[in-house]
Structure formats: structure tokens, C-alpha cells
Write a protein that binds this ligand. Structure first.
Ligand SMILES: [Zn+2]
Length: 298
């Protein structure tokens, strides 16, 4: 089944020990001493995308770009979009405005230098732009970003603005405008349910993702924004200690994810975020009950 709508494939390029679930378990000072698996896992994804003639958007950690510039160059050289996933994978709502600016600036410079391409997009670690950290959008505008992909319109214990729009929209702030590109959800009754990526793709049956993307494509005639991490196709990664919930979220079904990804690439069309954004409408309708704290253009 090939749908006419081109969806968006995004990869957050980080190693298994960067994941927020291991904050406090693996101190940042120890990162350089752990076995790095990000290059081989990302190269596996690149081969898979090449096989399926898919170009994707790679949100890269600046920390990774500084240590593995050849990987960043290979991503860009294959025609994929390079974008920014922060420098040190710190949650935005734990940072001051100045700390966030320093982190983003360092990451953007490292990625642009390694890729010899301009970076337009940003995605926060663990979708950590929430009502408490909306000021981060101002910093992203000031630092020259065109879009952000950090606001998840769901209810979750660590992130999310449940009533924010479900499809790309334009945010106006004092210093300019920025596109916001939410990861895809389906609306079921009064709630938005995540259907397109990460743990939701890995832990729930593949039929859930297929149904959700098909519904967004067919019923809403919109592109789905999908996301995954290189470590999610690596069942042999070293096991790190964390909470029981953390273990479940991180390690569940790692052995099955690559096969699911192959099925997804067969079932739907995918492209780069920057290309799909250009075809998206520039204004959106405000959904009922929209929180007034976010300034939308519609
Ligand atoms: Zn991440």
C-alpha cells in the first residue's frame, strides 16, 4: 500500500546512554568512557533508507557531531536533512535561558561544520518544551531556526501540551515566527493518542502505528511526523540500570523494531521534514479548548 501523501521520517541521533531515562544513572562525565554504538546504528538506518529510497531528517546531538563529524557528513552527503537535538541532551525546562542558548549554539555550530549544511530545525530532548519552557521558542528564533519539533500535543508524565495543535502551525513571538511541528497523534474522543514513533512504535503492536498513520493520511489528508532513535534497532546494546518503568520504556521489543521499520517503509511514503513543511498550509484553525497561553496565528 502506497499512499500519495508523503509523511515525515525523523531520527534523533543519540547513543543509548544519552537517553533521559538514564539521567542520574550515567553521569555526563562518564559518557566518553562508555562503548559508543551510535555510528553503526545510524549507518544501519542510512542503509535501510537507501534501500527504500527514503530521505529523512536527522536531529543530531551536538555531542555526537563533535565526536563523529564523519557520520554527520555521511548523513548530509546522502541527501538527508541535518537538524539539531541539543548539545548535551539536557531537558529544556531544567535549564536557564542562557544555558539553553549556549547548548543550542554549540550544537548547531558543530552540526553545521560537520555537515557543511545549514540547520533549520530543532527538537528538544524528551520533547521538553512545555508550558514552563515556552521561552525556548524565543531563543530558537533568535538563533536562526526556522522550525521546532518539540511540543507533543499529549498528556505524559514528562512532557506535552495536551491541547496544542496536532499538525504543523506557525507560532508568533515578539522576535519573529517559527513553525511548530508536532509528532503525530490521532484524536480519539477528547484525547490525543500518540501513533507515530519511539516507544509507542516499539512497544505497541505495529498495527496501531499503521492504523494511526493511515487515518491521518486518509481522513485528515495530512502528513504524519514519525520519529525513532538509532539505539531502538540495537537489541545488543549494553544494559544500564534504571527504574522498572525506565527498563520497560527503553528495552522493550528492541529485537523487533528493525523489522517493524521495514514494514513501515513498505506501507507508507516518507520524506524530509523541511520539504513537507514547505507544502503545509501556513495557517491553522485553533482546535476547541485551545490553551490561550500559546500565541497562534490562524
Ligand atoms: Zn533524545
Amino acid at each position: 500500500m502506497r499512499d500519495a501523501i508523503v509523511n515525515v521520517m525523523t531520527i534523533d541521533v543519540e547513543d543509548y546512554f544519552h537517553v533521559s531515562v538514564f539521567d542520574g544513572v550515567v553521569p555526563r562525565a562518564r559518557w566518553d568512557r562508555l562503548e559508543s554504538r551510535v555510528c553503526r546504528n545510524t549507518e544501519r538506518l542510512l542503509d535501510l533508507f537507501d534501500e527504500h529510497r527514503v530521505r529523512a531528517t536527522f536531529f543530531i546531538l551536538g555531542w555526537v557531531a563533535e565526536r563523529h563529524p564523519a557520520l554527520v557528513a555521511r548523513i548530509a552527503g546522502a541527501g538527508h536533512e541535518v537538524a539539531c537535538h541539543s548539545h548535551e541532551h539536557r531537558l529544556v525546562y531544567d535549564l536557564t535561558r542562557a544555558q539553553f542558548r549556549d547548548d543550542v549554539r554549540r550544537a548547531k555550530a558543530a552540526i553545521e561544520t560537520a555537515a557543511s549544511r545549514r540547520v533549520f530545525g530543532y527538537r528538544a530532548p524528551s520533547y521538553s518544551i512545555t508550558p514552563q519552557s515556552l521561552w525556548a521558542l524565543d531563543v530558537l528564533i533568535e538563533e536562526g531556526f526556522t522550525y521546532d519539533a518539540s511540543i507533543f500535543p499529549i498528556r505524559h508524565d514528562r512532557y506535552g501540551i495536551p491541547l496544542s495543535p496536532r499538525h504543523p502551525y506557525l507560532v508568533t513571538r515578539d522576535h519573529g515566527v517559527l513553525y511548530e511541528v508536532p509528532a503525530t497523534t490521532v484524536r480519539v474522543g477528547p484525547v490525543n493518542l500518540p501513533v507515530a514513533g519511539g516507544g509507542y512504535f516499539r512497544i505497541l503492536p505495529y498495527a496501531w502505528t499503521r492504523w494511526g498513520i493511515d487515518r491521518v493520511n486518509r481522513c485528515e489528508q495530512r502528513a504524519a511526523i514519525f520519529y525513532l532513535h538509532p539505539w531502538e534497532i540495537d537489541p545488543d546494546q549494553p544494559r544500564l540500570a534504571t527504574s522498572r518503568l525506565g527498563q520497560f520504556r527503553h528495552y522493550r521489543n528492541l529485537h523487533d523494531t528493525e523489522a517493524r521499520l521495514r514494514a513501515l517503509l513498505r506501507d507508507f511514503s516518507f520524506g524530509r521534514l523541511i520539504d513537507v513543511l514547505e507544502t503545509e498550509p501556513r495557517a491553522v484553525s485553533a482546535p476547541a479548548g485551545l490553551e490561550p497561553s500559546l500565541p497562534y496565528v490562524w
